[in-house]
Design a protein around this ligand. Structure first.
Ligand SMILES: Nc1ncnc2c1ncn2[C@@H]1O[C@H](COP(=O)(O)OP(=O)(O)O)[C@@H](O)[C@H]1O
Ligand SMILES: [Mg+2]
Length: 344
């Protein structure tokens, strides 16, 4: 095995992305580290504004160079890609690493037929002949569940439904056989049934192709059963990471617990969110001193407001979290109880 084959597919180390703004330095991503092995899936979950998109774009090297202060490294198959120039990055994008975004209309060209958009992408990245690219495009549309692919190839994006357009985007992303797919809220704009179909399609393709995937979403319900592991983000940081099942059954972070409770339950009348998390995420130009979730946390004590908890191991394999009074521990239960007494 070469060094590149031994190293994880993706290793992100202490990644920071801060924006210079009129209000000061905005700490959108603030010291994130994680690894992703080949063929594995990682869910990145957090409320809107927690830094998920900035993190994905930072990993891809897709952020404008201007008013950004970066730190940390991104290694892809052992190679530091945070130092690559535009040309180097372009070789990776669309071939090794592909992305699917929330709104396919912003990525598809409205005046170019679907077929040409896929074949041009294929020809650019793989050097396929026109005829080969055409045949491959039809096969790709079929593989992502688009009926009558030959007819669809001749159509324009606006002739397709939102779900069909997202399938086309997935076909484009898969065209070059990437080893890593980054899907940022790929189904947020779609209705619930179509969402589930698209998410299951992504999972099936990921498995078939043994491709690694990062699935970014504000909805923890989306990652259940579709990812191997989950990283929970809050205010620019990963605050808990665990195998997906462990996260749902044995979460340690009160924030994760609150997210689990806020998953909309389709079975419930009116699709009510059972417990929306009270309060709002902090202003990241002025993050709180201690734990960033403390101002909204039912478990928080003085220590939480003073000292930032470091990420530590739970004892279960692959499970880390950052909390002084964790859920499901005697310290956590005692903190919750004292807060209840003091409030009454
Ligand atoms: N170019 C930018 N300049 C300044 N702030 C930004 C910029 N892009 C994103 N942000 C801020 O960074 C934070 C994280 O944003 P984002 O990653 O889009 O959140 P998420 O995807 O989790 O909803 C937000 O508060 C957002 O306003
Ligand atoms: Mg986002």
């Amino acid at each position: 095995m070469t060094a590149a084959e031994e190293s994880p597919l993706l290793r992100v180390t202490d990644l920071t992305t801060h924006f210079r703004t009129d209000r000061g330095l905005m700490r959108a991503v603030d010291g994130v580290s994680f690894t992703l092995e080949r063929g594995r899936t990682l869910g990145v979950v957090g409320e809107s504004g927690s830094g998920k998109t900035v993190l994905s774009r930072s990993v891809m090297g897709l952020l404008p160079r201007g008013d950004v202060v970066r730190g940390g490294t991104v290694q892809y198959a052992g190679e530091d890609i945070s130092a690559l120039d535009e040309d180097g990055l372009r070789r990776l994008w669309g071939r090794e690493i592909a992305m699917v975004f929330q709104d396919p209309m912003t990525s598809l060209n409205p005046v170019v037929r679907i077929g040409r958009q896929i074949t041009e992408h294929l020809r650019l990245h793989t050097g396929a002949s026109r005829a080969d690219a055409r045949a491959k495009a039809a096969a790709l549309l079929k593989s992502v569940g688009i009926p009558e692919p030959e007819r669809r190839l001749r159509e324009y994006p606006h002739q397709l439904s939102g779900g069909m357009r997202q399938r086309v985007m997935i076909a484009v992303a898969l065209a070059t056989g990437p080893r890593l797919l980054l899907a940022d809220e790929p189904t947020t704009a779609l209705d619930v049934t179509v969402q589930a179909q698209i998410l299951d399609l992504l999972r099936a393709q990921q498995r078939q192709r043994d491709m690694a995937m990062i699935l970014v979403t504000h909805d923890l319900g989306v990652v259940a059963g579709r990812t191997d592991e989950v990283a929970v983000m809050y205010a620019g940081r990963v605050v808990e990471r665990a195998p997906t099942r462990t996260l749902f059954t044995n979460m340690r972070m009160p924030y994760t617990e609150a997210l689990v409770r806020s998953i909309p339950r389709i079975a419930d009348p009116g699709h009510t969110r059972l417990a929306a998390i009270p309060g709002r995420p902090p202003d990241m130009t002025r993050p709180p001193a201690g734990c960033r979730f403390a101002p909204r946390c039912a478990y928080a004590r003085d220590k939480c407001r003073a000292e930032q908890p470091p990420l530590r191991e739970s004892g279960e394999p692959g499970h880390t979290f950052a909390c002084w009074y964790p859920v499901g521990t005697p310290e956590g239960a005692a903190a919750l109880e004292r807060n209840r007494k003091e409030a009454s």
